[in-house]
Design a protein around this ligand. Sequence first.
Ligand code: PLP
Length: 464
Amino acid sequence: MNYNSKHLTNSPEGRDIASIIHPLTNLKSHLEKGPVIIDSGEGVWVTDIYGNKYIEGMSGLWCVSLGYGQERLVNAAANQMRKMPYYHLTNHKSHNPIINLAETLLNMAPVPMSKVWFANSGSEGNDSAARIVWYYWSATGKPQKRKIISHRQAYHGNTIASASLSGMYYNHASFGLPLEGFLHTTPPHHYRFAKPEEGEEEFATRLAGELETLIEKEGSDTIGAFFTEPIMGSGGVIVPPPTYYEKIQKILTKHDILLIADEVITGFGRTGNMFGTTTMGLNPDMIVCAKGLSSAYIPISALFVNDKIFEAISNESDRVGVFGLSFTYSGHPVSAAVASEALKIYEEEEIVEHVKRVTPVFQEGLRDLIDHPLVGEVRGVGLLAGVEFVKNKINHEPFSNELGVGAFCNQRAEEHGLIVRAIGDTISFCPPLIIDINEVEEMISRFRLALDDTWKQFKNISEH
Ligand SMILES: Cc1ncc(COP(=O)(O)O)c(C=O)c1O
């Protein structure tokens, strides 16, 4: 790998260090470590400013689903910018790009949906969904149903409400979050949270029981909604056991609690169906999507709401005077044009079919790593996977956090030309959906090299 001196203030790295606050980064160690500066991309590959090439095993931040270099998306943006770069949707205004997009989305929704609300990011989508939950219960005469439940380790975003929905410690610590009324329940991760000898079915039953106990303790007349990622992404790629959602949906229905599916990662083919809602058998009242919607070429998110919700919120807006939720860039025409073009690409290039073809090579290739002495669990669905390292493969004991085993592997992978993401000691994979079989094999063989380097480094600590 080629690197320039990071600390020369006129080097690109030095200028970055001198000027930028980086998200989800240790700000202090960044001053020493500096950035890897990515300059260009093509397909599943990205290239840094020194010409080093990497397989983008994470589609950036789980988002560049159609890969780099999609000229159709570039042209869609340029054409729309030329024709009409901006218009808004407030005060009864509209424009064709957003009408076309909303219609297409409603036609492809995995369960019947009534209308679409647009925003700029997954966080804003979830934040809007939380606001709509409150508005809905005010509209239906139960304004005390304000509490919202989600999973610990969930990631729903980073506005104040969506960070409160998130269940990651680093979104809360030192920020004074979560806000009151945001409750968290055990993540449906059998490998990590099952009791000894507890099968998947019993585990799902126990978690559903825990949820019901929480609802009853708080009072079901105070609980408005349950948010879930069909498959949890940033919390470590957690695939709930088969009957988990069936069990918890019964409880939610019994206690009159809305269900919101956060499909920000799982939407648009990632799990081998167009939506994770279908893959996991969900029946949500609202669905949030973003990322793959425009393949991240431009910021946009969409929130589907069903008839029941729309009817209530439209009546309430009539009572209040206007629907008081608004962003300047809601339904931005350039974002809408790019998203519509992306949806055409998903359809015309049969991306879901492609994902189904590539999935076995990806999932089985990674599952073969279970024999490696570091690997405790390999999990995933479609083109989404996590490989978790453990100190002890028998009792699943993790390495201590301070060792930074996952971070070490992440770094070694980069040195072998592969970008992955360490979530603690789980290495996550979420490659562009257009990845071909050779590229999947290349990605896994580069990962194997990083895994072996990591083993060499930590084998003395492992209790293998
Ligand atoms: C499941 C999920 N929801 C919401 C978000 C937040 O989306 P954004 O970063 O676009 O605000 C993310 C981002 O990673 C996510 O993975």
